[in-house]
Design a protein around this ligand. Structure first.
Ligand SMILES: CC(C)(COP(=O)(O)OP(=O)(O)OC[C@H]1O[C@@H](n2cnc3c(N)ncnc32)[C@H](O)[C@@H]1OP(=O)(O)O)[C@@H](O)C(=O)NCCC(=O)NCCS
Length: 433
């Protein structure tokens, strides 16, 4: 982020929609023990403090691999793994607990900071950890007893929600307890995933060594959906990608991957349009595309109730078929659920937005917005200077989207001549420059 004074002000203003969008949402944030140990970690905590101040409900989940390795070493215990999974035998348990506690205390202590002249000044964050994850041992795999290595059994969702509603940050770790009272060492990434699914979190965020998710050629994947082929993901990140996919398919709206090494990566990801890392979302079943003649029936079904109530002008089948190339439709599972037309007046460098309609079952989900933003970008690509729209019953909707009341004389001449005085529509325009 450029910190020159005016850039800073502009950046802050541009962040406003994201601030509104994220307020009161629940984010589950995972970071490994590597992140906890890294130089940038205090800055990550400052950014987490900022999210907390902006009214985001946070569950933090930490790992502690390097901290455990260090404890094992100092206790003279050889680390044991089977298929990359740690075996927590009797002699490893104490070092595992100590390693996890070291990581947890670092997180808690940094979150407790409130030093004057630091970003934590006045923060006064309440952090809660406890028995919110119950676990079960994974048992014997390939004949090998994994001891107190476990898996998530359930999350005490109600208790976590109560804390989040009371504005506590909930801190979970790689340690959980079983119904027999044992301590189990579990994969903290799985804890984060299970917690995000159980809470129906709006976001699951994984901090990673890399800038985000990389493909097999090490290029950053900025935005993908759950259909992305796992074999195209960098090998070392495939397991995490599966976790993200599983979360997205089970109710988590979005999973993000951001770097724990880059200062401000989390803020950039959440508060700028271009982000900094990777975003995975549920496969999009909706498709915005140019209409074809085959869509005429679907468009008619959608708009005819509005033609009857005179919200939209009546269009005959032949008019629709003549204008079909101006139409964009939003298709969902083979049905047209929204449409809009862009009629271009090339000589006047203007375009008319027309026939904007979203099926009542799908309204209030920004599909109308999506359509006009899309048409606006087409008009910009065609180097047009201005959009206009004629409406009888939807003026405020357009005003809220940057349109201003205009006069008939502002329209292209041929449109002026065809203006239906009886309908008496209001005219709205929007400059594209
Ligand atoms: C107008 C329309 C396209 C908006 O579609 P949408 O996908 O619901 O739009 P968005 O989700 O982007 O915006 C929804 C917001 O617009 C508001 N809105 C809907 N119709 C409105 C109207 N006539 N006047 C003012 N605001 C309106 C909704 O109340 C909602 O606001 P809220 O979230 O604050 O409650 C849709 O309501 C529709 O198809 N209406 C009937 C056809 C029509 O009027 N078309 C325009 C003809 S020129």
């Amino acid at each position: 982020v450029n910190t020159s004074n005016t850039d800073y002000i502009e950046w802050f203003r541009h962040a406003a929609p994201y601030i509104n969008q994220h307020r009161d949402k629940t984010f589950v944030v995972w970071f490994g023990g590597e992140a906890v140990a890294c130089k940038n970690f205090p800055k990550i905590i400052h950014d987490i403090n900022l999210l907390n101040s902006l009214g985001i409900k946070l569950v933090l989940v930490h790992g502690s691999r390097p901290q455990i390795e260090e404890e094992l070493k100092s206790h003279g215990v050889t680390p044991k793994f089977h298929k990359q999974r740690r075996i927590t035998d009797a002699e490893s348990l104490n070092p595992v607990c100590k390693g996890s506690a070291t990581a947890r205390m670092r997180v808690e202590s940094l979150l407790s900071m409130g030093v004057t002249n630091s970003p934590m000044q006045g923060a006064s964050i309440k952090v809660s950890s406890g028995n919110y994850v119950s676990a079960k041992p994974i048992g014997i795999i390939d004949g090998i007893d994994h001891g107190q290595t476990g898996d998530v059994r359930s999350i005490h969702t109600e208790a976590v929600l109560e804390l989040l509603n009371a504005r506590h940050i909930v801190l979970l770790s790689n340690l959980a307890y079983s119904s027999t009272g044992d301590i189990l060492n579990i994969n903290s990434q799985h804890v984060a995933k299970a917690c995000a699914i159980n809470l129906c979190a709006d976001k699951l965020i994984y901090f990673s060594e890399e800038q985000g998710l990389l493909n097999s050629s090490n290029d950053l994947l900025r935005e993908i959906d759950t259909q992305y082929p796992p074999e195209k993901i960098a090998y070392s990140q495939r397991e995490l990608f599966h976790a993200a996919k599983h979360a997205c398919k089970n109710g988590v709206r979005r999973t993000h991957f951001v770097s724990h090494q880059t200062d401000g990566a989390l803020i950039k990801e959440l508060f700028t349009r271009d982000g900094s890392g990777s975003l995975i979302s549920q496969q999009n079943y909706e498709k915005l595309r140019p209409a074809t003649l085959n869509d005429i029936g679907g468009i008619q079904d959608l708009i005819s109730p509005l033609e009857e109530s005179k919200v939209l002008v009546k269009r005959s089948e032949s008019t629709l078929s003549n204008q079909i190339e101006s139409f964009t439709v939003l298709e969902r599972d083979g049905h047209i659920i929204a449409c809009a037309a862009l009629h271009i007046y090339a000589a006047a460098k203007m375009a008319e937005l027309a026939c904007i309609c979203v099926h009542p079952d799908y309204q209030k989900d920004k599909k109308g917005n999506l359509l006009i933003t899309h048409l606006e970008s087409i008009a910009k690509e065609k180097q047009l200077k201005e959009l206009f729209v004629l409406t009888t019953q939807t003026p405020h909707w357009f005003i809220e989207r940057g349109f201003q009341k205009g006069e008939l004389t502002a329209l292209p001449t041929d449109k002026q001549q065809r203006y239906n005085a009886e309908r008496n529509s209001m005219i709205f325009t929007k400059s594209l420059s």
